[in-house]
Write a protein that binds this ligand. Sequence first.
Ligand code: PMP
Length: 306
Amino acid sequence: MVKLQQPKFVYMGGKLRLWDEASLHIGCEAVNRGLNVFEGIKGYWQNDGRFGVVRLSHHYERLCRSARLLHIPFNHTYEEYCSAIYELLGELLGPDRDMWARTTLFVTEGYWGENTVADLAVTAYHMDKRIPEPINLGVSTWQRSSDVSLPARIKTSTNYQVARLARIEGKALGCQDMVLLNQWGRVAEATTSCVLIVREGVIYTPHATEGALESITIDIVEAIAHSEGIKFVRRPIDRTELLVADEIALCGTLAEITLVKSIEGLPLNKKSDILVRLQNQYFQIVRGLSSHPFVGLTFVPVKCPV
Ligand code: PMP
């Protein structure tokens, strides 16, 4: 599990530090009000020994957008952002496992929006090279907050309090993840990923304005679907459509494409195998076994350790 790892180094305050020395003061906004914005990025070992991070520039751009929406200054260029990540991955990468890294802007100084100062921290964790197991999915009684309360568009830790409550609720029901509905009672997203459903050979996903994060992985899935000649439509999804869907999957940087085997205790209709095919293709592409013009991999300048 990601959260149980304590890698030797983290990047913080402009340099690498030992895990035990990377701490925040209890008086700062990041601790008192959970004020931060972040990105989870995933890198995969390629067949040719290189290490490729998926759509890195898009993560940087979304981090900039989240920071702007919360009035957090972020002056790193894309090159500076990358070099912080490369420095840490250069120390931590091992030959057998992929990595997921969290790049976080913690607000370390300032008070109620005045004199705000943020620090870029990078933590990275080893990930097993495996295709995720199908899961049981539920629908939470907790709701995705609206754009005028806590916009889903902002990737900030405080947005994950409701996700945590939904996961706790799901655990009691035997569900590994939960769908959050929006203020209109329609599907917004899952706790840390977006929702894809298939009906009659067409893939549907809610638009971000339904209360979903502007997902980088959804755009990849859309591009793969288009090149396979599969129709991909963004439109509102009713709760009951989940129950009659032929297929469902969750999709995100960490969730990758996770297939759903049951929804609210009902086995899936499974009238087609579109999402399992897309899942296979996704892994082929991120591992460099086949290429797709849309899926830009950024190669970390490190040699494959032996
Ligand atoms: N929604 C939420 C709440 C998430 O945390 C994530 C993961 N970042 C996603 C959707 C999927 O976004 P992405 O594909 O950019 O990882």
